[in-house]
Design a protein around this ligand. Structure first.
Ligand SMILES: *Cc1c(COP(=O)(O)O)cnc(C)c1O
Length: 391
């Protein structure tokens, strides 16, 4: 099977992990701050808080921005469910902003219309979570200007976008948001097995996220109620979690991060080749935007809805790991129980019916890519395909 995404682990990665196993610290020792500093340096952020997943980091970000019961937050319906769950963990209520049919990201015009309505009804969200789908940065300038108008906070779900750029700044530098979250799950751009991080320019937000990452427990005298009882002493001052990353994982992360540029440029090269190979086919590719450079976590395309299942099955039969990203979050049974229904976000649903992801990862060989290209081209040349291909 040519897999749609796969981690790249080097002999040096393995040696690094083994060295940590032989050291004094297995969890949150010296390797975690080292990894956090490397993230800050590479992504031009002031603070990084590593966590045991992006889901945890998103939850920490929502908590640090004081999302609470009674509050609202909005995200994209075309994302992994964690983009919505993080705010639900805080007891807030979720709503979605429909996507742009070309970029597949949250649509700024629809966001503006929805904000105008919400302002009239006194139902504005406290925060918005734009998702950089497939690694393509959202129109952050437009989103941030709307957020400023209504005093709304922004968390970028950049799980797909490590190594991407927006207006010549790395995603993570926080030009247009309060906090940016990355995932280090094995299918993502770099991996720590499981892991994530929240980056911010704000020392206060970083400090809150650090406190909540480890039970809400502090050893700092200034934060304590009353006097410390001695060197053993700690106090729990908030309700926190155990969201710590291990030193084993952090050491792997630092190693992986040193190859970020290499990984992303290979992904971009493969993506350009797909773009050229499919230019004459009745497919819709993800439209890139002039101010953004995608990290290409995924190569996303739209095939006619009537053909999608057959194309998918045909690729799988040829041992090509096709996927569909994503089933619209609001159509999940759990969200339907909240009152969402099919029909609520038509652009997202139309995208879902046509969506197809094809293999793209830095270790994919040119030969494997040719196999994928040939398979998709030969399918599209069939008579039946062209008849329904009225995109
Ligand atoms: C993978 C992913 C997450 C969750 O990441 P984990 O590290 O697995 O918790 C969140 N949002 C998006 C968009 C993702 O793709």
């Amino acid at each position: 099977m040519i897999s749609y995404g796969r981690q790249a682990i080097t002999a040096e990665d393995i040696d690094t992990v083994v060295a940590v196993l032989k050291s004094d610290f297995l969890t949150q020792g010296p390797q975690v701050p080292r990894f956090e500093q490397a993230l800050c340096q590479q992504l031009h952020a002031a603070h990084a808080v590593a966590a045991n997943s992006a889901t945890s980091a998103l939850h920490l970000a929502c908590r640090a921005l004081s999302l609470a019961p009674g509050d609202r937050f909005w995200t994209s319906p075309i994302s992994f469910v964690a983009s919505a769950n993080c705010g639900l963990f805080c007891g807030a209520s979720v709503d979605f902003v429909d996507i742009d049919p070309h970029t597949f990201n949250i649509c700024p015009e629809k966001l503006e219309q929805k904000l105008t309505r919400a302002a009239h009804q006194n139902q504005l969200p406290k925060l918005i979570i734009p998702v950089h789908l497939g690694g393509l940065p959202c129109d952050m300038a437009a989103i941030a200007s709307l957020a400023r108008r209504y005093d709304i906070k922004i968390i970028e779900d950049a799980s797909h976008a490590l190594g991407g750029h927006y207006q010549d700044h790395p995603i993570g530098s926080g030009q247009h948001s309060d906090i940016t979250v990355f995932s280090f799950h094995p299918v993502k751009i770099i991996t720590t097995g499981e892991g994530g991080a929240a980056l911010t320019q704000s020392a206060d937000l970083a400090e809150t996220m650090r406190l909540l990452r480890s039970h809400g427990v502090t050893r700092e005298q200034q934060k304590m109620l009353g006097e410390s009882d001695g060197d053993w002493y700690y106090q729990q001052i908030e309700l926190g979690y155990n969201y710590r990353l291990t030193d084993i994982q952090a050491a792997l992360g630092t190693q992986q991060l040193s190859r970020l540029r290499q990984y992303v440029s290979r992904r971009q090269q493969l993506a350009r080749r797909y773009d050229e190979a499919f230019a004459d086919l009745p497919l819709r590719l993800q439209r890139q935007t002039p101010t953004a450079q995608s990290a290409y976590h995924l190569y996303l395309l739209r095939v006619p809805a009537a053909e999608r299942k057959a194309v998918f099955n045909e690729l799988r039969a040829k041992k090509i790991g096709a996927h569909v990203h994503y089933i619209p979050i609001h159509t999940q049974p759990y969200f339907q129980k909240m009152g969402f229904a099919w029909g609520d976000f038509p652009a997202a649903e139309a995208f879902y019916r046509e969506a197809l992801s094809i293999p793209l990862h830095p270790q994919m060989s040119d030969n494997d890519q040719q196999t994928v290209i040939r398979a998709l081209r030969s399918y599209c040349k069939q008579q039946s395909f062209n008849k329904v291909a009225v995109l």
